[in-house]
Design a protein around this ligand. Sequence first.
Ligand SMILES: Cc1cc2nc3c(=O)[nH]c(=O)nc-3n(C[C@H](O)[C@H](O)[C@H](O)COP(=O)(O)OP(=O)(O)OC[C@H]3O[C@@H](n4cnc5c(N)ncnc54)[C@H](O)[C@@H]3O)c2cc1C
Length: 304
Amino acid sequence: MAFNSVVLIKQVPDTKNITGQAMLDDGTVNRAALPAIFNPEDRNALEAALSLRDRCGGTVTVLTMGPPSACNILRDSLFRGADRVILLTDLRAAASDTLATSYILSLAVSQLPDVHLIFCGRQAIDGDTAQVGPQLAEKLNLPQVTYVEELIEASDSTLTLRRNLGDGYEVVKAPLPLLMTIVGTANTPRPPAARRMLKYKRARGKTELLKEAADKFGKDATDEIETYVQQRSEDLSAKGLLIEQWDLDTVKADVTRCGRSGSATKVHRIQSVILTGTEHKRVEPTAQAIGDLVHELIEDHTIG
Ligand SMILES: Cc1cc2nc3c(=O)[nH]c(=O)nc-3n(C[C@H](O)[C@H](O)[C@H](O)COP(=O)(O)OP(=O)(O)OC[C@H]3O[C@@H](n4cnc5c(N)ncnc54)[C@H](O)[C@@H]3O)c2cc1C
């Protein structure tokens, strides 16, 4: 059986190379100060989908919700073998927490035909919540298998998977359609293929073409910009090089459930925590001692 897979990928700040103030005062990421990269475990998710397609046939569609610059990770996905890539970008989705993000992604995935499998990375290295995959499965009313390290067997109606639980493994059989989150130890992502890089390095999304035109004619030359973008879009589309660009209207989203208004979580502050040897204390395995610890963690906003 051939499988139609959707892979959800995220462009994230390279938290290992912070060059300026990481967070803005409003609790959102200062993306200008942080080089943007392909979320590492999303590359493993893409590799898992591509190798299943190599084994069984089918298609691999890659979808990301993010700023126009996320076209870079979509081009990277095309270089590695994706069949179709979609950018969902809309300023009204900015600052979405996982609730809003999974809502928007659920609408987008629901617009794709005959989806058998959804691949997510286990976790994004910026929000670090590992919540979007499971939340998305809930919203799509799909079974989910998280921490997948190996696709053992595929049949017309089920997948047999091995999960890495950290201190052991679990083998599960799950019905299709299915959502999986893939861990970083699942595989070694294939490198970009030179032949595909030559072809797809010229792939562009609409917002990139608008910027190209504004740089060429000046941002006030509206007629020239419109004509230029129209012609370039037709030309790229004819060559299979136009990156599909969707927004909240394309997926018919209720905008009150998106962005800040749709987000229950507000990121208060982030800071780099470097633990030194002295900063630990022994907690006796008693209900009282553990109760005191939880109370202390709530007090200093570590939890709750
Ligand atoms: C420092 C920090 C702390 C945060 N804390 C919270 C919090 O506690 N609760 C909360 O609700 N939000 C939080 N957020 C916001 C959260 O980062 C965003 O909502 C984000 O879009 C999704 O959450 P995540 O980064 O944790 O992704 P995860 O849930 O870790 O992502 C798991 C997988 O989901 C898929 N995915 C995630 N985002 C996208 C996307 N935009 N497009 C396509 N696929 C995607 C990818 O496959 C990814 O590997 C935080 C953000 C920051 C920067």
